[in-house]
Design a protein around this ligand. Sequence first.
Ligand code: FES
Ligand SMILES: [Fe+2]
Length: 377
Amino acid sequence: MSANSRPPGGALERTLHRDYYLSDRLFALERERIFFREWVCAAREEEIPDPGDYVARDVAGESVLVVRTRDGGLAAHYNVCRHRGSRLVPECGKGRFGGGIRCPYHSWTYTLDGTLRTAPFLEETDGLARDDLSLHPVGVASWGGFIFLHLTPADALTLEAQLGGVPQRLRRYPLGELRVAHRIEYDIRANWKVMLENYNECYHCGPVHPELCRLVPAFKQRGGADLDWERGIPHREGAWTFTGSGTSDRAPFEGLSEDERVRHKGELVYPNLLLSLSAEHVAAFTLRPHAPGHTTVVCEFLFHPDEIARPGFDPSDAVDFWDLVNRQDWSICESVQRGMTSRVFRTGYYAPMESWSLDIRRYVGERMGDDASRGEP
Ligand code: FES
Ligand SMILES: [Fe+2]
């Protein structure tokens, strides 16, 4: 489900070859050519509000520290000590550095910006060249309150260039002001692209999401062939948001267009952020791939802080509805992943109403080599 430029629908098209979903070799190549070569969404700014706050995140198998610096900016470093390679922070998670980033092994200490400050009992006369021993840098930039990382910063385009038309399309949603009121982590036995492809089509909505289709009947009409994501998808009569009842006592975001106050929008922000936008909340899905058949999905529910502060604020009407839909999606994605392991499966087909998924094949093909878009490994 996305407003990315859509190739015109036509005949059935081949999907990526099975190896793109199953093979360790191609997954390793995807790490190098996609996840270490693109801006990847990794956190929300609100997770690290104060100087010294950090979050350690896994980015396709690389551990990265994202830090709030003294001047309120962001810095990101590989979580690797320059001395003998110890992890600076042992586990993924959040915390706060006191003075600086101190390695637990021999106490080499770095500033929040990553410069080596002290190495116990060593001086320049010992050959300690501090300037050459900064932490390995990771690119960091943010948009809409989302922190993106680039693991090969010397070769990075700007985040702005990578995001393309997304910020413009979503300009009326106050993403940067919103706050996470609830977070669910799903551990899914499926390839990250299976989940993107599932997100990008509603051909499955009729069979897989009966409750969702009662709220948004357009999702099942003609297999979702006529959905206008640019304008937004209308709900059933009387409903205007993604909750069990289709309504909410929360106010719509200020500044939305008339359509946006009653319709649902979606964006796939390559490679790993999916945004589902209702008038009074946003569900943000961040994919963290671990292996060809293993992906963590972090689903964050964003609301306006004024609503969160209101007495009696209760996001469960949105959270419960999404959790139901999410579980239906992840369950069918895991079924696809299992099915593709069969010896008889080589490649599948995108139907015309799944033509947005062709864009995923294009995206992967451009980065992995032309063969991918021809359905060959
Ligand atoms: S490995 Fe970090 S100080 Fe020795
Ligand atoms: Fe779905």
